[in-house]
Design a protein around this ligand. Structure first.
Ligand SMILES: NC(=O)c1ccc[n+]([C@@H]2O[C@H](COP(=O)([O-])OP(=O)(O)OC[C@H]3O[C@@H](n4cnc5c(N)ncnc54)[C@H](OP(=O)(O)O)[C@@H]3O)[C@@H](O)[C@H]2O)c1
Length: 272
């Protein structure tokens, strides 16, 4: 099928909860058709039905485990088989592993990298040619404030994976800006989603001061505006912007000490 003849849609990974669900809702409100990707098919089906009723948009539900090797391939095939193309890609799916690296099984760390890094890269690789051919596209990579901060104990690979999302977005922007594709990495701080519950740290996160939290809708609104304006890295929320500036300009030793103190509150120690 010719790219121009197919219908463009927004593909959101991790659309079954939190930020991904909020991205899906925001794009549906703009009248965009969607492809919804995550493991919990029941949640995706329910969201698709709700968005059809509220906004008249069509959603292709694609249940998938992004931790599987080459998980992006059947997703891309399904979109193409339905005569669709990915005009906007939101790489959002993710989770946290709040323990020290040596205290966890390799399989969990591998699944983390596959989900947050490898599958995201595979989806971009498959989606970009049609975006270029149509001179129209957008890529949103959900990074984190952690991608701007030094690494620390616990959540060991998380800052590295999120820094990867930021650098990857900057490189893609350099390659694609003149080809009609807008790329944005968003760096949220604490956001009210199911993230903490999924990593077993809800009881710890509940202790973080409420003024530092944003809703998923706030983060998504800032991201969509930034992407439309062609901004490559966006930090939503004034308090996060302030923290990002502090991490940039304060001496590295101060920032690492602050991260070590703060990070320790949200880490699960190994039980002896
Ligand atoms: N919440 C925060 O404070 C915060 C801050 C900064 C950045 N972020 C980033 O925001 C993104 C979204 O997280 P969230 O906060 O919205 O958390 P969430 O509510 O737990 O949502 C995570 C999403 O990722 C999906 N997912 C996880 N593992 C997957 C896998 N193996 N295959 C397919 N889908 C998978 C989940 O779907 P299924 O379980 O149905 O598969 C779910 O839809 C993540 O990349 C996270 O790192 C979050």
């Amino acid at each position: 099928m010719q790219a121009g003849a197919a219908k463009g849609l927004v593909l959101v990974t991790g659309a079954s909860s939190g930020l991904g669900e909020a991205f899906a809702r925001a794009y549906a409100a703009q009248g965009r058709n969607l492809a919804l990707v995550a493991r919990r098919a029941d949640r995706l089906e329910a969201l698709a039905a709700e968005l059809k009723q509220a906004h008249g948009v069509d959603s292709t539900v694609i249940p998938a485990d992004l931790a599987v090797w080459d998980a992006h391939e059947p997703i891309l095939k399904r979109v193409a088989d339905e005569g669709l193309w990915i005009q906007t890609l939101v790489n959002n799916a993710g989770f946290g592993i709040p323990q020290d690296y040596a205290d966890t099984e390799w399989e969990r760390q591998r699944d983390f990298l596959m989900t947050l890094v490898t599958s995201a890269c595979g989806l971009v690789h498959g989606a970009v040619p049609q975006m270029i051919a149509n001179r129209s596209g957008a890529i949103v990579n959900v990074a984190s404030m952690a991608g701007l901060s030094p690494g620390g104990a616990g959540h060991t690979l998380y800052p590295a994976a999120k820094a990867f999302a930021i650098k990857f977005s900057q490189s893609l922007d350099a390659e694609l800006r003149d080809k009609g594709v807008k790329v944005t990495a968003v760096c949220p701080g604490f956001t009210l989603t199911e993230f903490a519950e999924a990593s077993g740290t809800q009881h710890l996160m509940d202790k973080a001061p409420r003024r530092f939290w944003q809703t998923a809708e706030e983060v998504v609104a800032t991201t969509l505006k930034a992407n439309a304006a062609g901004r490559v890295v966006v930090v939503p929320g004034l308090h996060n912007k302030f923290a990002a500036a502090a991490m940039r300009y304060l001496p590295d030793s101060w920032t690492r000490a602050a991260i070590a103190r703060g990070g320790a509150k949200y880490r699960i120690e190994k039980k002896e």
